[in-house]
Design a binder for this molecule. Sequence first.
Ligand SMILES: [Fe+2]
Length: 226
Amino acid sequence: MKRRDFLQQTGFGLAMIGASGLVLRSDARPTPRSLDALEAETLFSEISGVNLDDKTNLKPTVSRDIGPFYRSGAPFRAKLTLPFEPGSVLVVTGRIWSFETKKPLPNAALDLWQVDNQTADYSAGNGDFKNRARLVTDESGAFEFETVHPIPYTPGANFWRSPHIHFIATAAKHKRLVSELFFKGDAKQDIDRLFHPSLAVAVEKKKINGKDYETAVFDIVLEAEK
Ligand SMILES: [Fe+2]
């Protein structure tokens, strides 16, 4: 059966004729493309009052070893944990910046992994990507993710890791950065030889709907590829 016959016999033809009566207005214009970096930056500054040019004190983010627990292929999502994961809910926001241009980097990628809050284990990462996620920065280089505050763990005798979230940050024309995010005042930082104070951010305690949660702001600065 030809498509035309099918439409006529099934009554879809009438619907199609109705739909075909819809034509684009002659004065219609293409839907605006998404914001490019400069436009977005301007828009963001106007909306938030934040002056993105005032970043002359940016320093490249310190790197850390990748460690044995990275697994590729984590899902793209802004929440690392499963629903109702035990632990203190933590929302981390920030921007990824270019050290050379002092501008935020849209479409930069973050790959995150951390231990859970009870056994301090990393998920297997082969189908089970609990406490792992990837995400992409928005037009103004900003990201936000939710997780639970990680706990300390001991990888071996006389060695403690203070709470941290591992990450890999990548952006076009910039060097890949592997590092870790820490939180000021957490346990074991004095004996964690991988701790670095420049990677530690303050945690603010907040309350929503009668429940406590934490927020932290962490900016990442990438160096351009030479
Ligand atoms: Fe770790």
